[in-house]
Write a protein that binds this ligand. Structure first.
Ligand SMILES: [Zn+2]
Ligand SMILES: [Zn+2]
Length: 324
């Protein structure tokens, strides 16, 4: 295929704003005495967001229990739910459908997938999309919420300890994802985020107990919930860290995005991140024949079944018209 050179483009508003945490008026990195961006300094000055931090720590501690409660069915559950939460919920739902509008589907399906996205433990669709659109608008520049320029660990997980919530979080969502923040259905699903984790945990514990007693119940809980959530979180986080540091580039984008095969395997195609930054709205992230993109295959299957349409494809010039 031909290698095209083009700058990155945001699918949503990328106009800088005067609000320092919603978008900075500076287009280029501003070196500071500490060597980190103003974005990181501003987030850190807001203080650690303890509910998010403790939530993430709790999941990791819970995952440590998994080896003590091993079962083959627990392992299979982990892999299946990793695909459901990470592949369908986050990659196909939060990312390609809700952030980039890469395809359309029926509203009940859209809302259902947004709910399934909550299974990944990465927050509500509205907050997730707002952060990701801001990442596209300022990729590896001043204003990027999670650039490796601020440190590998910061881009992987550290930035989440300083995530924005409350009134400021609502303003952030209104600025970056007004289409979702003003959607009553999606707001209602956002309220289900935390209860859903308890529901999934209770169902796993009860189902395991009914099939094989307490050991299997605790096995399904430890593997199907805690270890699986931790696995999904790190899989997604590798897109923000590894795919901006290690791998090859098909396109000369203005950021440091890379195509990383092992991240693509962990994230059902999202690791072809340089391709994605070059063509953010394109539904297909694997652009070379061997760049396996399970999420796009799923979208293609939905299209064949009549469940997806208006699939954005560079070949049909949609992406080009949108960005040129
Ligand atoms: Zn990126
Ligand atoms: Zn994206």
């Amino acid at each position: 295929m031909s290698i095209v050179t083009r700058p990155t483009a945001s699918p949503a508003s990328d106009k800088p704003t005067q609000h320092p945490r919603h978008g900075t008026p500076h287009a280029h990195p501003s070196p500071s005495p500490t060597g980190v961006s103003q974005e990181r300094q501003l987030r850190e000055s807001g203080g650690v967001h303890w509910p998010t931090t403790l939530w993430l720590l709790l999941l990791h501690v819970g995952a440590l229990a998994a080896p003590f409660f091993f079962s083959w069915s627990g392992l299979i559950l982990t892999l299946v739910l990793h695909w459901v939460a990470g592949g369908i919920g986050v990659c196909l739902g939060y990312h390609r459908l809700l952030t980039h509008d890469s395809f359309r589907t029926y509203r009940p399906i859209k809302l259902f997938i947004a709910w399934v996205g909550g299974f990944a433990g990465e927050g509500t669709a509205i907050d997730w999309v707002a952060n990701h659109r801001k990442h596209h608008a300022f990729s590896d520049k001043e204003g990027d919420p999670h650039s490796p320029h601020d440190g590998g660990f910061w881009s992987h997980a550290g930035w989440l300890a300083y995530s924005i919530h409350g009134k400021e979080g609502q303003e952030h969502a209104q600025h970056w994802a007004p289409d979702l923040a003003n959607d009553r259905g999606l707001r209602m699903i956002g309220y289900l985020f935390l209860p859903t984790q308890f529901l999934v945990g209770a169902v796993l514990l009860a189902a395991g107990y009914s099939f094989g007693g307490w050991y299997l119940g605790l096995s399904w809980l430890a593997w199907g919930l805690f270890l699986r959530l931790t696995f999904v979180l790190h899989s997604t986080w590798f897109v923000n860290s590894a795919s901006h540091m290690w791998g090859y580039r098909n396109y000369e984008t203005t950021d440091d995005s890379r195509n990383n095969w092992w991240v693509a395997l962990l994230t059902y195609g999202e690791g072809w991140h340089n391709n994605h930054h070059a063509y953010p709205r394109m539904a297909k992230h694997g652009h070379r024949w061997w760049e396996l993109d399970v999420t796009f295959l799923t979208i293609h299957l939905m299209q064949r079944l009549g469940l997806a349409w208006d699939v954005v494809d560079y070949k049909n010039q949609r992406e080009k018209r949108k960005n040129d």
